[in-house]
Design a protein around this ligand. Structure first.
Ligand code: T46
Length: 135
């Protein structure tokens, strides 16, 4: 199994008067402070996103709408996690290869990130990723 990824449950406030749910992410539930927010949407069902690792970036992925799969690799094991509940997000730490696939129609992946965008933080070559892991 791949360690160092974890599902974090986002508090959900169920309305007493049947007005639907409200979930809130306060700073206490994340192990980093948010420097950037982005989201993936209108993703075709046969498309793949991700396909890289990060050296330093920590991220929290939330399926705000719909569902998608996150394939996680730590260089030894592979694990596929389906995200399909808007109050359950996935925390991904540095040094983990991730691929996103199987987006449902209308799916939206909201990402809260610990750093601003920095292309030099990416490892986009899987062989290079494996070399990093061995060292
Ligand atoms: C990740 C997965 C889940 C920016 O200019 N700023 C940004 O903040 C981001 C995230 C991307 N970009 C540019 C860089 C590329 O030219 O947008 C283009 C698409 O980015 P990328 O191919 O990295 O997109 P994904 O969906 O494959 O990966 C993204 C994140 O980059 C990555 O950190 O973990 O979503």
């Amino acid at each position: 199994t791949v360690h160092s990824v974890s599902i974090i449950e986002i508090p959900k406030i169920i309305d007493e008067n049947s007005r639907g749910n409200l979930s809130v992410i306060e700073k206490e539930i994340l192990p980093f402070s948010i420097e950037r927010v982005y989201y993936l949407y209108d993703v075709p069902s046969d498309a793949f996103r991700g396909g890289h690792a990060h050296k330093n970036l920590r991220q929290f992925l939330i399926p705000i709408s719909g569902s998608f799969d996150v394939v996680i690799k730590d260089g030894q094991a592979t694990r596929t996690i389906t995200l399909n509940k808007p109050n359950k997000g996935l925390l991904i730490v540095p040094g983990i290869w991730r691929e996103l696939e199987n987006f449902s129609s209308g799916a939206i992946c909201l990402v809260l990130a610990s750093e601003v965008y920095d292309e030099s933080d990416y490892i986009r070559d899987y062989e290079v990723f494996l070399e990093h892991k061995i060292r």
